[in-house]
Write a protein that binds this ligand. Structure first.
Ligand code: COA
Length: 149
């Protein structure tokens, strides 16, 4: 596998990110499109403080995730998705490391994210710690997780 990860800079790049999210969240996990896609994804909302990343395998978009500004210390990572057939081969980890590098470069001190329960071990391997009770978002169970960077 030849993985290249880059930041979304054009609408065509954003369409690549959304193609992965549609397959994973909308089709596989049955999240409603209006819950999945928000202002950070529309009309150039992926510029400025929002950082969206896409991982390409041999030119094909296979993974994505985004970094949102929460406050000057804290960035929020979300919408982390790897196409089913590309899982368990390091794409998710490589994408997270790219998002974390982007957070560090922007001066954030901490990353927070809402982890689906099945993904907690994946984030724990990257150093994240779970916090608080289980909560429902779009009917999927989550817990908050944090990482100091
Ligand atoms: N349970 C336990 N460990 C897991 C895991 C899981 N579900 N998924 C990955 N890991 C481990 C891997 O074994 C690997 O461990 P290692 O470093 O000891 O070898 C490490 O985490 C990195 O795995 P990687 O191959 O980079 O992860 P991935 O490409 O399979 O991506 C997800 C992981 C969660 C992003 C992917 O399964 C996915 O897209 N799921 C559907 C969408 C989703 O739920 N996203 C998360 C929303 S919070």
């Amino acid at each position: 596998m030849e993985l290249t990860i880059r930041r979304v800079e054009t609408q065509a790049d954003m369409d690549d990110a959304l193609s992965v999210r549609r397959a994973v969240f909308i089709e596989e996990q049955q999240v409603a499109e209006e819950d999945e896609i928000d202002d950070a994804d529309r009309d150039g909302g992926w510029r400025g403080k929002v950082v969206q990343m896409v991982a390409y395998d041999d030119g094909r978009p296979v993974a994505t995730g985004r970094l949102l500004h929460e406050n000057e210390d804290i960035a929020h990572i979300g919408r982390v998705a790897v196409l089913a057939e590309h899982r368990k081969s390091g794409c998710g980890r490589a994408l997270m490391l790219a998002l974390q590098d982007a957070a560090r470069e922007r001066g954030y001190r901490q990353i927070t994210l809402a982890a689906q329960l099945h993904a907690i071990p994946f984030y724990e391997r990257l150093g994240y710690t779970a916090r608080g009770d289980v909560f429902l978002d779009t009917n999927i169970e989550h817990r908050w997780m944090d990482l100091s960077i």
